[in-house]
Every structure is written in C-alpha cells, then in structure tokens.
Design a protein around this ligand. Structure first.
Ligand code: SAH
Length: 363
C-alpha cells in the first residue's frame, strides 16, 4: 500500500526524497516493478515514440592509469592485453558505422596518456568534418576543465562520465585512494557548464551498494539533471579484486531504469551492453522498462575481446554489420525501430528553440 503511494507520487511529482527512494528500492515487489515499467515505458513512448536511438561504440584504447577495483582494464590487471587504435582505425570504424546507419559515434577508453588530448581533438575534428550530420560523444574519464573545453571546441557534442556512486563511503569501497567522488562530481558539473550533453550513471549491485546509496544516486541525478544516464548491472571480472563478488541483478537494474525514466522523463537512457550480458533479452527488457537508446559495438573485431570490463561481455566476436542486423531484429520483436538520427537530448532542443525566439525578437 505504502509502495503504491510512492509510485503515484513519483509519477505525478517526478520526485521522492531519500527515505522514500530507499523504501521503494528495498520493498518494491515484482508487481510494483511491472507497474513502474509500464508507466516508464509509456513516458518514453510519449517523449520519443517507438524509435530507439543508436550509438556506435568505438573502444579505442584499453590503457588506463586508474585502478578501479571493479574494472577489467584497471592498471593492475597485467593479464589485460593492451591496445590503442590509431586515428585511421577510428575513422574506418566511423565509415563502416555511417554506412550501417549510425549517426552518433562514442569514443570510449581508459585514461590513456599515450593517446594525447591533442590527438583526440584532431580525431574529433576529422570525424565532424567528414560526417557533419553525426554527433560525437567522448567517454575518456576525468580530465582538467581546460582539456574538456578543448574537446568541446574540437566539436565533441556529448560526454559520458558515470559518477559510479554518489555515496562517499561506497565510492571508497570501489576505488583506490587516488580517486575521489568530489573530483568526479566536479568533472560532471564542469562538462555541463562547458555545454556538453552530459551523461552520468552507475552500476547496479556493485559491492557495498545498498538501497540508501542508490537513493543518493537518484538524488544526485535529480540535482545534476544530466541529458543521459548510463545504468547497467555490475558484473565481476575474473582478474580484479572483485572477482568473487556476485553480479548485480537484472530485475533491480530494470527497476532503476524505470525510476530514472519517471524522474527525468526526457533523459536519454541506454539499455546497456552489461544488461544484455546479464540476460539474453536484457536490452529488450530495458527498452520495455523505459530505456530509449542502445549502444552497439563498432570497434574492430581484432580488439573486441581486449576491452573486457567484465567477464562474458556480449558481441565480442560479431562483425558490426551482424550486430546491426541482430539488434534491428531484437527491436522489431518488441515493436520498436532503429532511428537513423543523431538523437540529441530534447532538453537541448528546448534551449535552442528558446535561443531562436530571442534572436527573432532581437531581429
Ligand atoms: N574510463 C572511462 C570509461 C569507463 S568504462 C571513465 O572513467 O568514464 C565505462 C563504464 O563501464 C564505467 O563507468 C563503469 O560504470 C562500467 N564498468 C566498469 N567495470 C564494470 C563491471 N565490472 N561491471 C559492469 N560495469 C562496469
């Protein structure tokens, strides 16, 4: 009964407080989750129709100076075979992706000093020049504000930087002392101020996570108002300190996707690869729980198995074209279609539209 009231409040006011979020996340049963999923799906359809935005993920380097305990490409994992793509390889992935109908390219990697900021800027410039109808998203971790600014000036449109957890003690449990939640959050605010479409997010079921820390995650998202939110289950990697920890649950991940959709109706919300790894139909179920984005892999086949953030990652031996047709089939099976579109945040549209009105009035 109490849970019913919380769901009603969430749907009508789009917010809950810390105690209410924690209660909802702790006590929602399967039927409550289904109610939330239905409401979230209806919201996603009202905002975006039955079109799913597609992002081509190019994992261009797995070198990383950080040592996050959960991550398979952490510095201390000596078993990881390191690679770094050359700009030509990245451009070849974009060319292939463009022909397949991708209009957003996401360049993701570890924090790799061997791929200089300057080279990354020049690569972004080339992509934007060659495929001017495409958006570029970067996901390369924490950088100084001036570096983020130079990425933006080079033409990058969006930036993904999951906050990972908004709880100090939980952040410490997941990261070594060199990393800090304060700095992570500062990066996100800086990215937003610079003008990127910004994505935050977290893993579900990471070691030490509780209903209370998840409630903090949701309150942080409420405060940040990001354009995108990345949520996937934590999945252990055999060569990390968390090898023996258990995986996050598919159901809890779906529940959180629905909560985020209802809290931030216009947010771009991917059904992640990790969700597709946790359950064969995970991404389809993610869409039915309120997600509206999918990010298939466009990396060259030769490196796919080397960008192993967690064990058993899907699509590591499929050609990009195979991934495309597989995904298109999956979307069709639930009545959705692949949108050949940059898929910008609707929040940005509002900004541009109001800027337009101002210009007209001035003119
Ligand atoms: N270096 C970049 C990109 C990190 S990889 C950055 O710091 O933002 C992208 C995301 O994968 C991470 O933000 C993390 O949330 C997720 N990830 C890493 N290891 C994982 C694991 N074992 N299980 C599930 N997701 C994981």
């Amino acid at each position: 009964m109490y849970i019913d009231t919380l769901i009603q409040q969430l749907c009508s006011t789009r917010r809950l407080d810390q105690t209410q979020w924690a209660a909802l996340l702790r006590d929602a049963g399967a039927q409550d989750a289904e109610r939330l999923a239905q409401a979230a799906r209806a919201e996603a359809i009202a905002q975006f129709g039955k079109k799913i935005y597609i992002r081509g993920l190019i994992e261009f380097t797995n070198y990383c100076r950080n040592d996050c305990y959960y991550c398979g490409i952490r510095r201390s994992n000596v078993k990881a075979q390191r690679y770094r793509l050359a700009p030509e390889d990245i451009l070849a992935c974009c060319a292939e992706g463009y022909a397949l109908g991708f209009r957003t390219f996401v360049l993701q990697g570890g924090e790799d000093a061997g791929f200089s900021d300057d080279l990354l800027c020049r690569t972004v410039e080339t992509i934007k020049k060659r495929w001017s109808d495409c958006a570029v998203t970067l996901s390369v971790g924490e950088r100084d504000r001036c570096v983020y600014q130079s990425f933006f000036e080079a033409g990058a449109d969006r930036y993904l930087l999951r906050h990972e957890t908004a709880d100090e003690a939980h952040y410490r449990r997941l990261h070594p002392a060199a990393l800090s939640l304060t700095r992570r959050k500062e990066c996100l605010w800086a990215l937003k101020e610079i003008g990127f479409q910004v994505g935050a997010g977290f893993m579900v079921g990471s070691p030490g996570q509780t209903a209370e820390t998840l409630a903090e995650d949701l309150l942080f998202l409420q405060q940040l108002q990001p354009h995108m939110v990345g949520i996937g289950p934590f999945l252990p990697h055999k060569d990390t300190p968390f090898a023996q920890e258990s995986s996050g649950s598919t159901e809890q991940t779906l529940l959180l996707l629905s909560c985020v959709r209802l809290m931030l109706p216009q947010v771009l919300l991917p059904a992640t690869t990790a969700l597709g790894t946790a359950a064969v139909d995970g991404r389809e179920r993610g869409i039915l729980a309120g997600a509206n984005v999918v990010m298939p892999n466009l990396s060259p086949l030769s490196v796919r198995k080397k960008y192993m953030l967690y064990d058993n990652k899907i699509c590591t031996s499929d050609e990009s074209a195979q991934c495309r047709s597989c995904l298109q089939r999956r979307l069709a099976s639930i009545g959705y279609e692949w949108a050949v579109d940059r898929g910008d945040s609707p929040l940005l549209g509002t900004l541009h539209a109001s800027a337009g009105i101002v210009t007209e009035q001035n003119g």
